[in-house]
Design a protein around this ligand. Structure first.
Ligand code: NAD
Ligand code: G3P
Length: 332
């Protein structure tokens, strides 16, 4: 059994930390909210982020980053994409020896187009970096916490790290597949949130299954176009981190991206929808990044580009759908 640190006490960090504790590892979580730390340590719950779940009795948390970073050689990074750089900079201030970072976040940084593993590598001094991996796939925290069968992929350029990640997480309800396509696994997880927002919008508008199937299929086409342009293996998008995550996020009542889109389809503004959520909706910022990337690389991404206009330029959602339907005739 191993010592593992988990950075982030939100839904996904808590669900994964709980799996690791269930698997017998000595897990210490870090979060910045004292009340959540106290709740995990004394009541074994995290009601705001994982309602009605009793956490493993040995799962511990602290708000002292230095203690959590020094606790283990394996560090799971589970904060929203927007917080990655600042959290990694704080870790770099207190890090004392080589660490393996396994991140579980889904996003791309606007303007720089950096993937999360790239941001982590940039922010940690090279002498402290053992390697980096991503864990991604169709996985809602609420279901994993209930021990419902869940499968994800873990990708890294380093085979040993892929195997370590597979070994520490895998159990009878959480199945991990290794994958050597770090770029594809990160891009698939990030871009599916854009399509889930759009699927929420069409559901909110009252359109049916035809519209959603069209979005998912054509959405996968544009994810694959941008992903391969960034160096991903196109086959990755037919796996867990591609179509798998696209299915779960576009069709699940748990999805925050779908829920946010659904509110937009029902007439709420983006600001109103986001303030109703209270949890991270990664697809909004990723739409900004992917829209810029589509322009910069000359990649056709009509769904992303229409959604960008809805989210950031005030385009009416009905008009956004009409624009997509009335595009130039083309072949599949
Ligand atoms: N929730 C899921 O089911 C799920 C599944 C797979 C992947 N993910 C991904 O995991 C990542 C984290 O999502 P989540 O669902 O846990 O989000 P969440 O909204 O449930 O929790 C986010 C956590 O990050 C903390 N945080 C935010 N900014 C911070 C900062 N600057 N410094 C320190 N802590 C900060 C918040 O306090 C909170 O504890 C996202 O990229 C998401 O896409 C989530
Ligand atoms: O709730 P969402 O929309 O952030 O999706 C969570 C996970 O990424 C699903 O795999």
């Amino acid at each position: 059994m191993m010592k593992v640190s988990v950075i982030g006490t939100g839904s996904w960090g808590t669900a994964l930390a709980n799996v690791l504790s269930e698997n017998g590892h000595e897990v210490l979580m870090w979060g910045k909210t004292k009340a959540t730390i106290e709740e995990i340590n004394t009541h074994h719950t995290n009601e705001k982020y994982l309602k009605d779940i009793e956490l493993h009795a040995k799962l511990a948390a602290s708000d002292v980053l230095e203690d959590v970073v020094h606790h283990a050689e394996i560090i799971i990074i589970a904060v929203p994409t927007k917080a990655i750089r600042s959290v990694m900079q704080q870790i770099n201030q207190v890090i004392n020896n080589k660490k393996t970072f396994i991140h579980v976040s889904k996003g791309i940084e606007p303007h720089t187009f950096k993937r999360i593993s790239e941001m982590i590598t940039e922010e940690i001094d090279i002498e402290y970096m053992e390697g980096v991996a991503v864990l991604s796939g169709p996985s809602h925290a609420e279901e994993l916490a209930l021990k419902h069968p869940t499968t994800v992929a873990v990708a890294s350029e380093n085979e040993t790290i892929r195997q370590i990640a597979q070994d520490i997480f895998m159990n009878e309800y959480f199945r991990i597949y290794t994958n050597d396509d770090l770029v594809g696994v990160e891009i698939g997880g990030a871009l599916k949130n854009i399509i889930a927002l759009a699927a929420g919008i069409t559901d909110g508008l009252g359109y049916g299954d035809n519209a959603k199937a069209a979005l998912m299929t054509r959405g996968l086409a544009e994810i694959t176009r941008l992903g391969t342009r960034m160096g991903a293996d196109p086959m990755t998008f037919l796996g867990l981190a591609g179509i798998g995550d696209l299915i779960v996020t576009c069709t699940s009542v748990h999805s925050r991206n779908w829920k946010c889109g659904n509110m937009l389809g029902k007439g709420l503004t983006l600001e109103e929808a986001l303030s109703n959520m209270g949890m991270v909706v990664e697809g909004v910022r990723t739409t900004e990044a992917a829209n810029e990337m589509a322009d910069a690389f000359g990649v056709e991404m009509p769904i992303t580009q229409s959604l960008y206009k809805v989210l950031f330029e005030g385009l009416d959602v009905h008009e956004g759908v009409q624009n997509l339907m009335n595009r130039e005739k083309t072949n599949e």
